[in-house]
Design a protein around this ligand. Sequence first.
Ligand code: GTP
Ligand code: IMP
Ligand code: MG
Length: 336
Amino acid sequence: MSSTIVVGGFFGDEGKGKIIAYLARHDKPEVVARGGVGPNAGHTVVVEGKKYALRMVPSGFVHESARLLIGAGVLVDPEVFIQEVSSFGLQGRVGVDMRCGIIEGRHIEADRGDKELKDKIGTTGTGCGPANADRALRKAKQAKEIEELKEFLCDVPLELNETLERGGGVLIEGTQGFGISLLYGTYPFVTSKDTTASQMAADVGIGPTRVDDVVVVFKSYPTRVGEGPFATQMDDTEAEKLHIEEYGTVTGRKRRIGRWDGKMAAYSAMINGATMVALSGVDKIDPSCRGAKEYSELSREVKDFVAQVERDTGVPVKLISTGPEISEIVDLRDVT
Ligand code: GTP
Ligand code: IMP
Ligand code: MG
């Protein structure tokens, strides 16, 4: 077993939750650890018809024996976290690094009350930006100071590195996407942190030399929520004609829809150090491919698109998602 990081290659909402849940069920890692900004993320996981929306706990929870961890880099909203732990029944298997930054009520108020953040950037209003600002100013609280989190506190890097040392598998779950990285995205229309694979490794505390695979998830039709440039955005009527409509998991806002952006995909695959690509939503290109599990079941149009993604990124497409359900996937990892 080994370590794999999963990150978003476009503007977030590429379907990382689904890919991570599939990898967790299929590869059975001992530990699934979450990096990324915090509860601004919304992963959607659909298992046997049941839909889960997760903001804080790892999507790998669907692999029932996995230990679930939240890395020190992540911001924790204790209320959101505790609510998810109880509604998904995760007591006893989830740990929060004692150094996680804490989102307080005042951060949420500042995020929602600031015209620049709310209107110009179009933030999720979850308090992440103001909490990360306080963290940089060394004014933020840490998880170890919060009474309700006491039973969950742990040392995430120690658990992960010991698991890897023993030969156990580790899956690291990224959130957000390349285009909204504070460093490499469309600044200032970005989130409050880097979102690339290197950041995810730092968030959970494993060194770059311990990362075996980086899976970059791309959506066949990229989407963007909030403000900011989107080079390949379609107008509403074009998206309607293609029967594509999506709404944000956290805010319920309508997602802007775009066409495949090969240039952005190449740049993002490069900076993430992608070893493989996971391509989601090919059923939106050709609905006849919905639910396909074998490459041979894909249409010529979809196969040609997969080949184009490989040419654009220079990285093999090893996972092809054909619907929201975790079982709807073509896994080419064992095929050479
Ligand atoms: P963030 O961490 O917030 O960036 O989100 P995410 O990457 O986990 O994606 P999110 O779940 O917010 O959005 C993806 C949407 O597409 C969800 O509604 C998924 O259920 C759905 N989805 C995922 N894969 C596929 C697919 O292959 N086909 C279709 N039709 N929908 C998919
Ligand atoms: P913030 O992260 O809430 O400060 O929002 C900053 C920008 O990033 C806004 O455009 C948000 O819509 C976007 N954003 C933050 N998290 C996500 C995510 O998980 N998926 C998609 N967009 C996100
Ligand atoms: Mg999302």
